[in-house]
Structures are given as C-alpha cells and as structure tokens.
Design a binder for this molecule. Structure first.
Ligand code: NI
Length: 162
C-alpha cells in the first residue's frame, strides 16, 4: 500500500466526471488499498478516487465504526434534510454548512463486483452524498449555505473531512 497525493481545488481534475468501474482486478484493489491508507493518514473519514487523480467511481468511507468501499455508488432513495458542517480533504481548512438528505439508500458494488445496498443516516449519509458528488465533479463548496471560521470549527469536525 502507498499513500497517494491528495489533489486540491486548484487541480481541475476535481471537476471532471468519474467513469464507472467495469474491471474488478488487481489494479482496482491497489487503488482502493492506497485510498484507504491515504484517507486514514490524512486523517479523513471519506475519500473519492478523483481526489487521488483516479477518475473512477470508487470511494472509501470510514466514519469510525467500519470501512465501506463504494464502487459505482448512486443514491436511490433519500428522505428528510439535515444541515451539518462539512470539510473536504481537497479543500483544506475550509468548512461550511451544507444541506443533505437526513437518510439515504445507496446502491453500489463491492470490490468483488457484488451488488449491495446501504441505508444510512446522519454523518454516514453525509459522507455517502459527499463522495458520490465527487464522482460527478461536484465539490461541497458548490452547496455551502454558510462558511464557518476555522477557529469556530470543533476538533471533531476537523477530523471528519471527506
Ligand atoms: Ni471531499
């Protein structure tokens, strides 16, 4: 495994759309494993392929209880709204309030290409939506309702960049 460079906002690749994964091979496993290591080292709670320069619909998420590898993920159901402070590993030191669904169901493939669904709420729902936005070249900045000054960001939030 290796830590990869996290691309930041100045890099236009973050605005490009990622492609669906069709090959479940060693190269994909290498990418996912590197992404995991990169996310934990940052530290962050989510990372999408494009953030390490791979335009593939791959994301890793771990909000503290377990790791999920989300391939070709899409939101198939959403319910309610929540407004939470978000940060992104590709936009260091910027935090803002974003409105997201309170509950989502996401359909995705695991690393073996097996179809899965996950229903999530709270931070996990935020993380899933944030990473799936990365697949479409959307950054949380596009959806910020209100920026939060860094000194007013709680430590917990600082460690929850996506
Ligand atoms: Ni992000």
């Amino acid at each position: 495994m290796a830590i990869r460079n996290i691309r930041t906002e100045e890099d236009n690749i973050l605005r490009k759309k990622s492609r669906e994964v069709t090959k479940f091979d060693k190269r994909l496993y290498q990418l996912i494993d590197d992404m995991k290591e990169t996310m934990y080292a940052a530290p962050g709670v989510g990372l999408a392929g494009v953030q390490v320069g791979a335009l593939k619909k791959v994301a890793v998420i771990d909000i503290g209880d377990n790791l999920i590898e989300v391939i070709n993920g899409k939101v198939i159901k959403k319910e309610g709204t929540q407004v939470e402070v978000e940060g992104c590993l590709s936009i260091p030191d910027v935090y803002g309030k974003v409105e997201r669904p309170e509950k989502v169901t996401v359909s995705y493939l695991d690393r073996d290409g097996i179809h899965k669904e996950i229903s999530a709420e709270g931070l996990l729902a935020v993380a899933l939506c944030h990473e799936i936005d990365h697949f479409d070249g959307i950054l949380f900045r596009d959806k910020v309702i209100e920026y939060i000054d860094l000194e007013n960001v709680e430590e917990e939030q600082e460690n929850q960049q996506l």
